[in-house]
Every structure is written in C-alpha cells, then in structure tokens.
Design a protein around this ligand. Structure first.
Ligand code: VGL
Ligand code: ZN
Length: 200
C-alpha cells in the first residue's frame, strides 16, 4: 500500500498543559491511533529544538512570545520555549501509538532556522530528508494529521503538494493555534496548493 499517514508534532508541549498548548490538542490522539491501520506506512514528526533556539522569544531580548521578527530567511513568529530536545514537553503525547511508526523525523534542530514543515526548514531550501524517504519507498499518497493545523500541518501539506505528492489533510484529526487569522489563511493556502481538505 503506497500511502502514508504523516502525524505532525503530537507532543506534550502542543497539548493542554504544555508550553505552546493548542486548544483541544489532546482530543486528536485517539482518532489518530484509530486511523493508523488504514495506512501502509505511519510516519511521526517531532519538533526538536536545542535550548536557546532562534524561534524562542527568550532568545531575543525585549521580545515576547507571538511577536514577529525578521530572520535572514523571512518573517518568523517568536514562540514560548517549547519542544526542547530531551525534555518532557518534547515527548509524544503518552497515549499516542508510536509502535506503528516506520520513521520518526525530527525537525527544528538547526539553532538558526525554524522548521515548521516536515520537508524543508523555514528557509524553504534545507531538506529534512523526508521527501527522499517517501519517494524511495514508492509512497506518493499522504494523509496529514496533527498539530498545529495552521503552522506545521499547513507548511508540511503545502510543501508535500509542491513536491508532487497527493495530499489530504484530515481536519477532524488536527487542531490549530489561530494567530491573527492564521487558520483561515492556512486553509486557503492549502486549498490553493492542491491539498484535499477532509473531515472539516
Ligand atoms: C509548531 C510553532 C512552533 C507546530 C512548532 O508544530 O505547529 N508551531 N513550532
Ligand atoms: Zn517549534
């Protein structure tokens, strides 16, 4: 079966009680587990930042979380410290089925560049390797679920569509942050990129 379920960042810090909690983030865990048997491959992504990462507001004196800054690769939202390598917040939600994962891909480990997408860092050029992994396995058909709809799911889905994958985002198994209208923009952007939005 040449299809894959790509589960984006279902980690403690993006769930209620976490450092960058997404409302209802934990509600999607059981639905995602239930979807896994319908796919030939299951891939999990893990946001994985070194302490002091350039996307953290704490790394920019005078700046606060959710403010914008200009990075060499373009505008960047500043976030609360989250998903620090080795921390409890970076672990997958304890109820997420991880045994079914063929691959766990980590992203955001470059201190100077954020990485929302599972395919490219935020410079839109440095690859994570996921494209090669999927294509060499003959996987062309992707369903994306996870957190957050308007950031990492959105960037991953748009990149995947541009790379020629057939992409569905199952919105019933996603939750968003919605910063300054980012949810509506993300839904429009995904549609424009040719992503199929299901479960909304
Ligand atoms: C994410 C903000 C910062 C996400 C990751 O998983 O959507 N958002 N890092
Ligand atoms: Zn992050």
């Amino acid at each position: 079966m040449a299809n894959a379920l790509v589960v984006i960042d279902v980690q403690n810090d993006f769930c209620p009680g976490g450092a960058l909690a997404v409302a209802g983030g934990d509600e999607i865990v059981q639905p995602i587990n239930a979807m896994m048997d319908g796919f030939g491959a299951v891939i999990l992504t893990q946001d994985w930042h070194p302490a002091g990462h350039s996307s953290f507001a704490s790394s920019h004196p005078g700046k606060g979380p959710y403010e914008m800054i200009e990075m060499p690769y373009g505008p960047q939202v500043l976030w609360p410290d989250h998903c620090i390598q080795g921390s409890t917040g970076a672990l997958f939600h304890p109820d997420l089925t991880t045994d079914r994962a063929d691959l766990i891909i980590r992203k955001g480990f470059n201190p100077a560049i954020d990485s929302y997408s599972a395919f490219f860092e935020n410079d839109h050029t440095t690859p994570t390797g996921l494209e090669g992994y999927l294509k060499t396995r003959g996987i062309r058909d992707l369903t994306l679920v996870g957190l957050a709809t308007d950031f990492c799911v959105n960037f991953s889905a748009v990149d995947a569509a541009r790379l020629g994958f057939k992409v569905t985002v199952d919105l019933a198994a996603c939750r968003g942050i919605d910063l300054d209208g980012s949810m509506a923009a993300a839904l429009d952007g995904m549609k424009a990129a040719g992503v199929t939005l299901a479960g909304g």
